[in-house]
Design a protein around this ligand. Structure first.
Ligand SMILES: C[S@@+](CC[C@H](N)C(=O)[O-])C[C@H]1O[C@@H](n2cnc3c(N)ncnc32)[C@H](O)[C@@H]1O
Length: 266
């Protein structure tokens, strides 16, 4: 069946599971894209995906869920900030390497940057890399212009909004001082060579993606994150993703409201 074949392609290439996304999500996205292409049936659309790389990118944009907001689960950010301060204090020359994957529209990596700047950490003492598969999301991240929806939730920190954003016609423009500390790139987390040329990271935020992944994509993700994370590095995960990341070399951090692991040598 062509629809099943498209679902299998999505799962194999980018990890997204039709079952985890919700039964109708893939059906609706495929139909929207099929109509936009002027194609009569799903079989013709499946054939089009085979040869048309642009259309494949458009289908991905239609399907992904770039939902995020600043300081989502604030306790994890507070724990992150305390951890960074205690790591940096004894090592004067250390430059911390931090990765946000997936970063969606940028609220997560920018929240990390604001936490550090606010704690007085000089920008040359940390590097934040941020990756996502969605070019649309990355374009928004690079603009740094956000609507009030990006500040929703109990976790929102009004003092950060006042200190690091300029209000423009009901939107909020992030200061360039913060924007310059994050390096955005497009990338597929399931690409075995992702960030292969980069040294390992001290801290990785990989939150709210595994919930959409199939079992086999989760397994591949665990292996990739394990390669990217330094020994004794920290991995922050989404609040319902702890089980998905559980492996013998990760020990759960026991702190209220914090969803994180520390990598331990086995
Ligand atoms: C719900 S957002 C999570 C954003 C942020 N980490 C957070 O927790 O708020 C999920 C993001 O995963 C991205 N994504 C989906 N599949 C991906 C893949 N295979 N590789 C990289 N990013 C992917 C989507 O484009 C989307 O922006």
């Amino acid at each position: 069946m062509p629809l099943k074949s498209i679902e299998a392609l999505l799962e194999n290439k980018i990890g997204l599971s039709a079952a985890a996304m919700g039964a109708q999500t893939v059906v609706k996205a495929v139909n929207r894209r099929r109509c936009a292409c002027g194609l009569q049936d799903v079989a013709a659309y499946r054939a089009c995906l085979e040869t048309n790389k642009d259309e494949w990118e458009k289908l991905i944009e239609e399907i992904v869920v770039p939902e995020t907001w600043f300081f989502r689960h604030i306790q994890s950010f507070q724990f992150f900030s305390q951890h960074v301060l205690s790591e940096l204090k004894p090592c004067l020359n250390k430059r911390l390497r931090i990765l946000s994957i997936p970063c969606a529209t940028g609220e997560e990596p920018y929240s990390l940057a604001m936490m550090l700047i606010n704690a007085g950490v000089p920008c040359e003492r940390f590097q934040i890399d941020a990756l996502d598969i969605s070019l649309q999301a990355l374009r928004k991240a690079l603009r740094g212009l956000y609507s009030p929806a990006s500040f929703r939730g109990r976790d929102n920190m009004p003092t950060f909004q006042a200190s690091y954003f300029k209000q423009i016609d009901g939107s909020f423009q992030l200061h360039s001082e913060v924007m310059e500390t994050v390096c955005f790139n497009q990338g597929n987390l399931l690409d075995n060579n992702i960030l292969a040329d980069q040294p390992c990271y001290d801290i990785i935020f990989c939150r709210n993606l595994m919930i959409y992944f199939s079992a086999s994509a989760r397994k591949r993700t665990r292996a990739i994150i394990n390669r990217l994370l330094k020994n004794s590095g920290l991995l922050f995960v989404g609040h319902s993703e702890r089980v998905a990341f559980k492996t013998p070399d990760l020990s759960l951090i026991d702190a209220r409201g914090v969803f994180a692991y520390r990598k331990t040598a086995i």
